[in-house]
Design a protein around this ligand. Structure first.
Ligand code: TIU
Length: 223
């Protein structure tokens, strides 16, 4: 395998080395993808997110086969909700609020059944799992230090939802000096127009936030 790879991407090629790149899978947890979780309490059709799962599985398998670092995130709060701002819990009129008991346990609370990564993408024991209290993956987490400690400079993103936790994480990463790429068929939103707008705004202005590409391009490069 060549050390230096170049992924055909938008708005231009994304050069990377697997050993300096992490595959980041944002919040592919039951709370967002299955009925009875946080996503549904907000009034969303969670079935919209499921079609990306096979593409996510293909990329994860290929990345693991190349020995690449994998980071899984979960949007999760402590059981005492001490890391959940009241503004987040009380906003709007959801059918259940964060911390309330739903069909998959307490909504968006660490360790509850609904807070687990979906079985199709179960993390390996060797992979990094980050519980994050915010939308962005660096807010309130040790992830930046962990990635620096492993000499990671490039991030390839998958996960949900495109314009909320994925985009926030990509913007946080951009400000911390990472080169980030979003796999367009491995991310989804409850709002198709928001997904399309996010992809466009990520790669606009000469990759102002980062790069975008289809997963088949990455799979072809990895071989
Ligand atoms: N509501 C919504 O679209 N997303 C979130 O609340 N969290 C994530 O994106 N993970």
């Amino acid at each position: 395998m060549a050390a230096n790879l170049s992924l055909p991407a938008t708005p231009f090629a994304f050069p990377f080395e697997v050993k300096h790149t992490a595959l980041v899978i944002i919040d592919m947890q039951r709370d967002f993808v299955e009925p009875g979780g946080f996503g549904e309490t907000l009034g969303n059709d969670v079935g919209l997110l499921r079609p990306i799962i096979p593409a996510c599985q293909r990329v994860l398998a290929a990345w693991r086969a190349h020995g690449g670092l994998v980071v899984h995130t979960r949007e999760a709060h402590k059981a005492d909700l001490s890391d959940c701002p009241p503004a987040k819990r009380t906003r709007g009129n959801p059918s259940l609020r964060i911390g309330d008991v739903g069909p998959m346990g307490r909504i968006l609370v660490s360790g509850e059944p609904g807070n687990q990564i979906i079985p199709e993408l179960t993390p390996l024991a060797s992979e990094i799992v980050i519980d994050k209290p915010g939308k962005g993956m660096f807010y309130g987490t040790a992830l930046h230090e962990i990635l620096k400690g492993r000499a990671i400079s490039h991030l390839i993103f998958m996960g949900v939802t495109t314009e909320v936790c994925v985009q926030t994480s990509m913007r946080e990463a951009n400000d911390r000096g990472y080169d980030g790429l979003l796999l367009t068929d491995c991310t989804e939103s409850y709002f198709p127009a928001f997904k399309a707008a996010t992809i466009a705004m990520v790669h606009a202005q000469g990759a102002i936030v980062g790069w975008t590409a289809a997963s088949e391009e990455l799979l072809a490069v990895l071989g």
